[in-house]
Design a protein around this ligand. Structure first.
Ligand code: FO1
Length: 317
């Protein structure tokens, strides 16, 4: 069983790659929910949906989120009624949010709602929210504090970031099955997601870093950074805001407590060697342009994990 910590569009592409090289039942996805929002009165979990759609083969390729070929009639009608429309929910995507909202209003947990949605999409992998509690990524910018979607979508991540916080994390618990998956997995993979706002919220849920540190399972991450820049999105700005260098060293530092190996672009392998990085560095093609790249990267990550003689956890004290 392979446990994957994931979020964002980079994570969804990586999970698509894994789904081409592993039986779906072997995958347990531990997914960021810090981006979740209430929109038009509906409960939206972008990262849970991107993973479910990726595994169902229905994720939009052009957008990297939402349903392939979706229409936006409802969105246009909402705009006509004067509702905010900067966060665009597609018509088929709305069905997912209607089901999630009904189930949560009926008292089901996010884990249960997600299980029903994933089953409805005939996905056989296990998709787990990082927590059933509300944990909200808040981005402190020169325009004040914004929700993640206000920062990322409405403001197109232009504002300069001073800090990021995960409201509610300190009183959250890992969702059922999350710690067990980390402890019993044959491999734990960290997707090439934004270390601050896609993986950071997951690590902020009490108990998860400890489980990653203590597990006897190899923990392998794929860098979302090539050279000194993010492959896509605001990872660079956000890493700087959290005092991390936008480099392989910064990624290794973000995961330093528990990381065994880090997959980096070939041009970064040399530089990474010079920096004192505890994790082993593997060069791989980490830019996923097409399905072949995604599957090849998934294989590289699994191979790196297999080659690791798991260092005794005592060595990390
Ligand atoms: N990203 C955008 O840039 N614009 C959007 O209008 C937008 C809508 C949207 C709707 C559903 C969904 O699951 C994701 C959506 N995203 C949109 C992407 C989303 O902001 C990010 O994928 C995640 O929050 C993290 O990367």
């Amino acid at each position: 069983m392979i446990a994957v910590l994931t979020g964002g569009t980079g994570g969804a592409k990586f999970v698509q790659g894994l789904s081409h090289v592993l039986p779906p039942e072997a995958l347990v996805l531990i997914v960021n929910t810090g981006d979740d929002l209430v929109w038009w009165g509906l409960r939206v979990s972008p990262d849970l949906d991107s993973i479910a759609y990726a595994l169902a083969g229905m994720l939009s390729r052009e957008r990297g989120w939402g349903v392939d070929g979706d229409t936006f009639q409802c969105r246009d009608a909402m705009a006509l009624l004067g509702e905010p429309a900067w966060f665009q929910l597609g018509d088929r995507d709305i069905a997912t949010h209607l089901v999630r909202t009904r189930l949560l209003n009926e008292g089901h947990t996010l884990t249960e709602a997600t299980r029903q949605i994933v089953r409805g999409l005939e996905v056989r992998s296990t998709v787990l929210p990082m927590s059933d509690a509300k944990v909200e990524t808040r981005v402190l910018t020169d325009q004040g504090e914004l929700s993640f979607q206000e920062y990322f979508v409405r403001e197109r991540f232009r504002p300069s970031v001073e800090a990021v916080r995960f409201a509610g994390a300190e009183s959250a618990q890992p969702a059922p099955g999350v710690l067990e998956a980390i402890r019993s997995a044959d491999v734990v993979l960290i997707a090439p997601s934004n270390p601050i706002t896609s993986i950071g919220p997951i690590l902020a849920v009490p108990g998860i870093v400890d489980a990653l540190r203590e597990t006897a399972t190899p923990v392998v991450a794929v860098s979302p950074i090539v050279g000194n820049a993010a492959v896509s999105g605001p990872a660079g700005n956000l890493m700087r805001a959290q005092g991390l260098s936008v480099s392989i060293g910064g990624v290794a530092q973000a995961y330093h407590d528990f990381l065994d190996a880090l997959l980096v672009a070939p041009e970064d392998a040399a530089a990474a060697g010079e920096q004192e990085i505890e994790a082993r560095v593997h060069a791989a093609n980490i830019l996923m342009r097409g399905d072949e790249d995604k599957a090849a990267l998934a294989r590289e990550a699994l191979d790196a994990a297999r080659s690791i003689k798991r260092r005794a956890s005592v060595a990390r004290v």
